[in-house]
Ligand binder design. Structure first.
Ligand SMILES: [Fe+2]
Length: 341
């Protein structure tokens, strides 16, 4: 179960709740924006009250955050609005604190919010994936044509994180004043946005103001778009972004799925033919031998390649979907059943 469709939603319309999970000090308040009730992965607007102080430590979940307003002290670094962090699971951050209070967008990608006090990284943390940047001051705006066909000119982006396995992206985007795009979009990926400042408008869901948010599963129509005075937002996709554009406001998500499949059929007919044999496909998808081949001997069931796809955590605990020699069975469309290893 992934996260449900949250749209339209504005965090200014709800109040903060006190964060009482262990590990987080008092003075941390949150508004839940979206939540995967199975994994605990979530996105939250977080208010750290003036004087808040959290001990050094790491989360068991991959985490991203961006400062919305105020100043956040992270170790000896003062981070102002627009400062973005990508923090792998098990990566120990130094003490964080704020003298005057600050507002932060916090996203736990692979599990529920957690904080384990530690001055050292977990031994299996993928520490080289960590990065942080003052995205307002130290990155230039680039054209929004990261994928073709592209959004209309006038929607600019700053790429903040890119997962080379899933092609998931985190980025800032802005719509320039007077921006508009007159077609309708859907994607094969989920899309998330938080409006850091400014208002945009969508035909289906109306105005998205400062604090406006959506988590939009794949295949849901959105657009036309417009923004009168411009806006700046943090956006994410959970896998490869492809813009399916059209002009049919009545098409359903099911019809949009079928259209995506039809386009796959036209573009990659052999791949489509293989994917179409639905009943035969392994429940966890086909094996990518690069994910399962042994490269460097026994590493406690875990290798240190960049394996996180942003949706699941690696198996550090000796758990395997299929132990060698454990047979499983499945049924074919023709009603026959067989088992194999
Ligand atoms: Fe979109």
């Amino acid at each position: 179960m992934a996260r449900p469709h949250i749209e339209p939603f504005c965090d200014r319309d709800t109040g903060f709740k006190n964060m009482i999970l262990p590990g987080f000090a008092g003075g941390m308040r949150y508004k839940m924006l979206s939540l995967d009730v199975d994994s605990g992965a979530c996105s939250m607007t977080v208010q750290y009250d003036g004087g808040y102080r959290r001990a050094p430590g790491f989360s068991w979940s991959e985490m991203e955050m961006i400062v919305i307003e105020g100043e956040l002290q992270v170790g000896d670094r003062t981070c102002r609005k627009g400062h973005y962090f990508f923090v792998p699971a098990g990566y120990a951050l130094p003490e964080i604190s704020t003298a005057q209070g600050c507002l932060v967008l916090v996203m736990y990608n692979t599990g529920e919010p957690s904080h384990e006090e530690s001055t050292e990284h977990h031994p299996l943390a993928q520490v080289d994936l960590y990065h942080s940047v003052d995205s307002y001051m130290d990155l230039p705006w680039a054209m929004g044509n990261v994928t073709k066909p592209s959004v209309a000119a006038g929607c600019l982006i700053k790429l903040l994180n890119y997962n080379p396995i899933s092609h998931a992206m985190t980025f800032l985007y802005c719509m320039t004043p007077g921006y508009y795009q007159d077609n309708i979009s859907y994607h094969d990926c989920a899309e998330e946005s938080y409006h850091l400042w400014g208002t945009s408008w969508m035909m289906q869901f109306g105005e998205v103001p400062t604090g406006g948010y959506f988590w939009r599963p794949a295949y849901i129509n959105h657009g036309a778009f417009a923004s009168e005075y411009g806006c700046i937002a943090l956006g994410r996709t959970d896998s490869k972004l492809f813009n399916h554009f059209h002009y049919n406001p009545w098409s359903t998500p099911v019809e949009n799925v079928e259209r995506s499949a039809a386009r796959l059929y036209k573009r990659d007919p052999l791949l489509y033919k293989w994917c179409l044999s639905k009943d035969h496909n392994h429940p966890h998808g086909p094996e990518d031998f690069e994910d399962t081949m042994q490269r460097r001997g026994d590493e406690q069931g875990h290798d240190t390649e960049h394996k996180s796809d942003g949706k699941t955590h690696d198996h550090w605990h000796g758990h395997h979907h299929h132990e060698p020699g454990s047979p499983h069975t499945h049924t074919h469309a023709d009603g026959t059943t067989h088992s194999h290893d």
